[in-house]
Ligand binder design. Structure first.
Ligand SMILES: Cc1cc2nc3c(=O)[nH]c(=O)nc-3n(C[C@H](O)[C@H](O)[C@H](O)COP(=O)(O)OP(=O)(O)OC[C@H]3O[C@@H](n4cnc5c(N)ncnc54)[C@H](O)[C@@H]3O)c2cc1C
Length: 578
């Protein structure tokens, strides 16, 4: 048997943002690339995402005259993320803020189209360096027909499958029953959807459009993609990774990667064993919204090659409910809408319900650890809330009887009866609701400051005054839904440096091995600084990785030519212009 069955420069593992971003970058630097996808479906968790990308100091902001800078963003990350070990090192944070806008210009240069998400603020807008107007961008609406055979093979949610809408549209649409802008947005999206059908296009927005665009650009460049081809092992020569073992078309195939192997295989949200081993109890992965493909393979490949890991106890957390079918529903806007509160198993409030989703789950864990019964917690709301706002994918006002009978919605005519249904002390719950109602009427949550910053208010209801996040719970029936520590995926993984090279526990580089996205420990540490803080860094570090690999020509099978490469932003910028 020949030593290699297939030879290329770069082997990319995964068809999410991390994998496809690195494939495109490598190809544009003149390298031969092979993309591997373990499943028949493509796009991973990326294709399920809202698709926002946090890109500080991006050119859209500059064009609109909005002041921002890498220094401001760095200052913000310094305050919000802080020092959480090697993943969040100053060098990596600096690399991210310096390169993110350059990377976006690169992706545009290869043919992708983005737009700003104005008004979606940083999640801690009042921290030093925080932005109240937002640093996010997203994919423009994309016609999935362009990706031909893959258009029906994206991992997708039932809704908004094939809907031509973006991040900002979602925030407006949830107010369709409350504001003219909301109603008009709803009508526009629906008309666009119908127009797409009439013109036989498959219009999509969000993460699906992002994957669609990335995939389309790899197809235009004839980059081979092997689906149903899991990478099962990394091949090392001496200290260097030089190839991959792949299960392909019923055979075990050895693929040489002359320049690099890039791990973009996502995290381990769906691997119950890893979640039990690394994450806080009682997390098992049952409450995640990540793709079924998110089973930790790429992280395990890295560990087997000697890589260090960090932040393995973390995830892109968010309070989630679980439908009787077992599907997790990640709740963002529902927690900010007026007429709702979150209580623990003693019927007490214990957090600002509208805060960032990651912080909300940290509060749940802490409460649980303190013995106060935070898991599950209960999201309580009244009939007015149910009438005005969607809940998960349920339209306003629609509360299917089956969901009540199955116990997903607890429903009662009085707060005391509701307390009995959720096994909470009735007088305690009554006292909590009365205290909250009084604060809601005054517009000031003196306990947890809900609605005090622009992030909280972004998902509020502007028709409710004086605080768009606060309204009393007064109109029967009253509802309760159990909340668990859900997530959008995990954020711990392989430790990488500022060029996305995978590191050993002693800090040395595993030559030839790069990683980005949820396969790696996140530069965002334990926080979620702003909209798109998983996809923004994923695409940025994929870009840095392959810019580095393109310059880093190995001199022998066991070593590399140089470790003193100039990957400064200036060099990267000139590479983009080339
Ligand atoms: C509902 C939802 C909304 C979200 N919204 C946002 C948002 O707006 N902004 C944001 O920044 N983030 C968002 N996220 C999070 C974001 O989607 C993920 O963090 C991100 O997509 C991870 O990208 P990735 O490329 O690392 O992994 P993935 O997109 O999961 O891709 C990994 C791919 O690798 C493949 N793979 C794994 N192992 C192997 C192997 N051994 N061989 C071959 N292939 C393999 C997998 O099958 C998969 O296709 C959201 C997530 C969800 C669930």
């Amino acid at each position: 048997m020949a030593e290699w069955d297939h030879v290329t420069d770069v082997v990319v593992i995964g068809t999410g943002a991390a994998g496809l971003g690195s494939a495109l970058t490598a190809r544009e630097q003149g390298l031969d690339v092979l993309i591997l996808e373990k499943g028949q479906m493509v796009g991973g968790t990326t294709s399920l995402a809202g698709g926002g990308m946090w890109i500080p100091n991006n050119h859209f902001m500059r064009e609109e005259g909005i002041a921002d800078s890498a220094d401001e963003a760095y200052r913000y990350l310094d305050h919000v993320v802080g020092n959480e070990g090697p993943a969040t090192s100053p060098a990596r944070r600096r690399a991210f803020v310096d390169t993110a806008p350059i990377a976006v210009e690169f992706y545009e240069k290869v043919g992708m189209r983005f737009r700003r998400t104005p008004g979606y603020p940083d999640y801690h807008p009042d921290e030093p360096g925080g932005s109240k107007v937002g640093r996010g961008i997203e994919s423009q609406i994309f016609d999935m027909r362009k990706i031909d055979q893959y258009s029906d093979r994206l991992v997708r949610r039932a809704f908004p499958r094939n809907m031509p809408m973006g991040t900002l549209d979602v925030a407006k649409m949830v107010l369709a029953r409350r504001t003219l802008t909301g109603a008009l947005t709803y009508a526009r999206i629906f008309a666009h959807f119908i127009w797409g059908k009439v013109t036989r296009r498959k219009l999509a927005g969000g993460g699906a459009a992002l994957v669609g665009q990335l995939l389309y650009q790899t197809m235009r460049r004839n980059i081979p993609l092997w689906t149903e081809s899991p990478a099962t092992d990394l091949i090392q020569q001496g200290d260097r990774v030089v190839g991959v073992v792949v299960e392909h078309e019923g055979k075990t195939v050895r693929v040489q990667a002359r320049r690099a192997v890039h791990l973009g295989g996502g995290g381990f949200a769906r691997n119950a064993e890893m979640r039990k081993r690394y994450q806080p109890a009682p997390v098992t992965g049952a409450w995640t919204s990540a793709s079924p493909s998110d089973t930790g393979n790429a992280i395990m490949l890295g560990i087997a090659a000697g890589a260090a890991t960090a932040l393995m106890d973390e995830a892109w957390w968010g309070p989630a409910s679980v439908l009787p079918s077992g599907v997790g529903v990640f709740h963002v806007s529902e927690r900010s809408k007026p007429g709702s509160i979150i209580v623990d198993q003693n019927g007490a409030r214990y957090m600002n319900e509208a805060q960032s989703y990651v912080d909300a789950v940290h509060a749940m864990f802490k409460h649980q650890k303190d013995g106060a019964g935070g898991i599950p917690s209960w999201l309580l709301f009244d009939q007015r809330y149910r009438k005005h706002y969607p809940f998960g994918t349920l339209l306003p006002g629609s509360t299917p009887r089956q969901l009540v009978e199955a116990g997903y919605f607890k429903r009662a005519n009085t707060i005391e009866e509701l307390a009995a249904l959720i096994q909470v002390n009735p007088s305690k719950l009554r006292a909590t609701v009365e205290r909250f109602n009084a604060m809601a009427r005054s517009g000031v949550d003196s306990d947890y400051s809900r609605g005090a910053n622009v992030y909280d208010r972004y998902f509020g209801d502007p028709r409710i005054k004086p605080n768009p996040c606060l309204a009393p719970l007064v109109k029967a029936p009253f509802y309760a839904v159990a909340l668990y520590p859900g997530d959008l995926g995990t954020k711990g993984g392989l430790v990488t440096d500022e060029d996305a090279r995978v590191l050993r526990p002693d800090g040395s580089v595993i030559e030839g091995l790069y990683a980005s996205g949820n396969t790696t420990a996140s530069p965002m540490g334990r926080r979620y600084p702003g909209p798109g803080c998983t996809l923004g860094p994923a695409l940025t570090f994929s870009y840095r990785a392959m810019m580095h690999a393109a310059q880093n020509r190995p001199t022998s099978s066991t070593g590399s030519s140089s470790s003193a490469l100039d990957t400064s932003p200036r060099t990267l910028a000139s590479a983009v212009r080339r």
